[in-house]
Design a binder for this molecule. Structure first.
Ligand code: GAR
Length: 219
């Protein structure tokens, strides 16, 4: 059993961004509970934001007692205006106005450079391919059409360049004869639910270890 986190460690809020089903978000919320992230790392999922008001994941988040907000991107004149409101909504979910982590979980929006810069280093994404192969959309169809024998998913830090940034975790699955984009997507998704929580937990553990490390003595 890991030691409890001392009271001096501030709570690290996590905000998850979704656009649809939200199964990765569910996996993260459940991993946080089962892995006792709050007790072990002082980390808690505080809220979920969707750019689609009808995203099924929003209803699930509300049922869990999480803050859940919808910002319909179609109501904004520019990407910059949407991202400004999105940042405001994300920050307001943390009691101190500054969530420690922003996790993109099936969030299907291209982000402006200013938004990326605001959360740089503390924003992660899961992408349904083995990056750097197949950034962008329709990853499963492209993997099948390219004759790939393996496909997978990648957890990476978000940088200004779409689907680039440090790779934190990957999972590989076979592409089977007769696979359609849907059957392959389903196989990949089961692995996404494993690697995203694992990548986050690893970062939280590293951050908590730094926070409780005793000061270095000069010798
Ligand atoms: C997941 O497969 C995720 O990797 C993908 O959308 C799906 C969302 O599923 N993300 C992207 O394609 C981002 N470019 P979920 O809503 O059930 O988590």
């Amino acid at each position: 059993m890991p030691p409890p986190v001392p009271m001096t460690v501030p709570t690290a809020s996590i905000v998850v961004l979704i656009s649809g089903q939200g199964s990765n978000m569910e996996a993260l919320v459940q991993a946080a509970r089962q892995g006792r992230w709050e007790q072990r790392f002082g980390a808690r999922v505080v809220g979920v934001v969707s750019n689609r008001p009808d995203a099924p994941g929003l209803a699930w988040a509300r049922q869990q007692g999480l803050q859940a907000a919808a910002l319909d991107h179609r109501h904004y004149p520019t990407r910059e205006a949407f991202d400004a409101d999105l940042a405001h909504t994300i920050d307001a979910m943390d009691p101190h106005g500054q969530p420690a982590w922003v996790l993109l979980a099936g969030f299907m929006r291209i982000l402006t450079p200013g938004f990326v810069q605001r959360y740089e280093g503390r924003m992660l994404n899961i992408h349904p391919s083995l990056l750097p192969a197949f950034p962008g959309l329709h990853t499963h169809r492209r993997a099948i059409e390219s004759g790939c024998r393996f496909a997978g998913a990648t957890v990476h830090r978000v940088t200004a360049e779409l689907d680039h940034g440090d790779i934190l975790e990957q999972a590989v699955v076979p592409v089977l004869p007769g696979d359609t984009p849907d059957t392959l997507a389903a196989r990949v998704l089961t692995q996404e639910h494993v690697i995203y929580p694992r990548a986050v937990e690893r970062l939280l553990a590293a951050a908590a270890a730094v926070a409780v490390a005793p000061p270095q003595r000069n010798v």
